[in-house]
Design a protein around this ligand. Structure first.
Ligand SMILES: C[S@@+](CC[C@H](N)C(=O)[O-])C[C@H]1O[C@@H](n2cnc3c(N)ncnc32)[C@H](O)[C@@H]1O
Length: 268
């Protein structure tokens, strides 16, 4: 499983070829999160972007940020959703349905953004920077395509994100190596990676957790991650029984979430 977190071939051809894996993970968060406000609504609240702005989202996945906020995206914004997986863009277009024509969709690798310098007022990278093999190259690109005074919003996880689930999976899959996305780009080390490129970097945290009361959505979540390479039926069954035992004992499997957003400003 080694370096799958930033293996572009695996990410594009397998993990994010279609929306199936991301959908399984989002399903768990949608149904069992303890903060009912909603992550994507919260992220949108923090987009301090004026009317008439040109906005680019990198690694937009299935477009949830725009789907969940379609009632309040200003008509005056020109928004481009981009991802290096065409399958994700297809899914985003489908999900946005009637709202899709308001957006532009482009296949873009964040390490080589096909846009002029200063082409955007704001760039968003939500839970995707940890996948990028050459992050300084991507950040240089973000900085290049932003105008002076433009904003960059980068969301990610902290090291303790879902640690109880990680622990359970580790116990059920002895010997499997696990990758922690936050070690690459997380709440704890993100600011130091962003600071060389921006005049100001601030961080806001979103308070949330999971209280999972059903076994199968958690099993589906685990099977949607790279750990599935080392899962055989016996190991899946061990995970299933361990989750069922937790839920049976305390009514719910409680899992910590650590999520946040860096709000960065380009110097004038
Ligand atoms: C964890 S998903 C996040 C999707 C979405 N931003 C969200 O928060 O729901 C990561 C996304 O980044 C995309 N991605 C990974 N590496 C990329 C790269 N180098 N350039 C552009 N997109 C990339 C993947 O295809 C995937 O859709």
């Amino acid at each position: 499983m080694g370096q799958r977190l930033h293996d572009p071939d695996y990410l594009r051809a397998e993990q994010y070829r279609t929306d199936a894996n991301l959908a399984a993970r989002e399903d768990l968060h949608r149904h069992f999160s303890t903060n009912e406000y909603g992550w994507f609504r919260w992220v949108f609240d923090h987009l301090d972007v004026p009317d008439g702005s040109r906005v680019l989202e990198l690694g937009s996945g299935v477009g949830d940020l725009w789907l969940e906020n379609r009632d309040r995206v200003p008509r005056s914004w020109e928004v481009t959703l981009s991802d290096f997986s065409p399958g994700m863009l297809d899914a985003a277009r489908d999900r946005l349905g009637d709202a899709a024509p308001r957006f532009t969709f482009r296949v873009v690798d964040a390490q080589a953004i096909p846009a002029d310098a200063a082409a955007f007022d704001a760039v968003i990278a939500n839970h995707m920077l940890y996948h990028i093999p050459d992050r300084p190259r991507a950040l240089r690109e973000v900085r290049r395509v932003l105008r002076p005074g433009g904003r960059f919003f980068a969301a990610t996880n902290g090291r303790r994100h879902l640690w109880q689930l990680e622990e359970l999976v580790r116990a059920c899959t002895p010997g499997a190596k696990r990758e922690n996305a936050a070690a690459a780009f997380g709440l704890e080390n993100g600011a130091e990676q962003l600071q060389p490129w921006f005049a100001k970097v601030e961080r806001d945290d979103y308070s949330d957790g999971l209280a999972v009361t059903e076994v199968e959505p958690l099993v589906a979540y685990v099977q949607s991650t790279a750990v599935r390479d080392v899962l055989d039926p016996a190991r899946v069954d061990r995970i299933r029984r361990a989750v069922a035992e937790r839920i049976g004992r305390s009514g719910a499997f409680h899992v910590t979430k650590a999520l946040g957003l860096f709000n960065c400003v380009v110097g004038e």
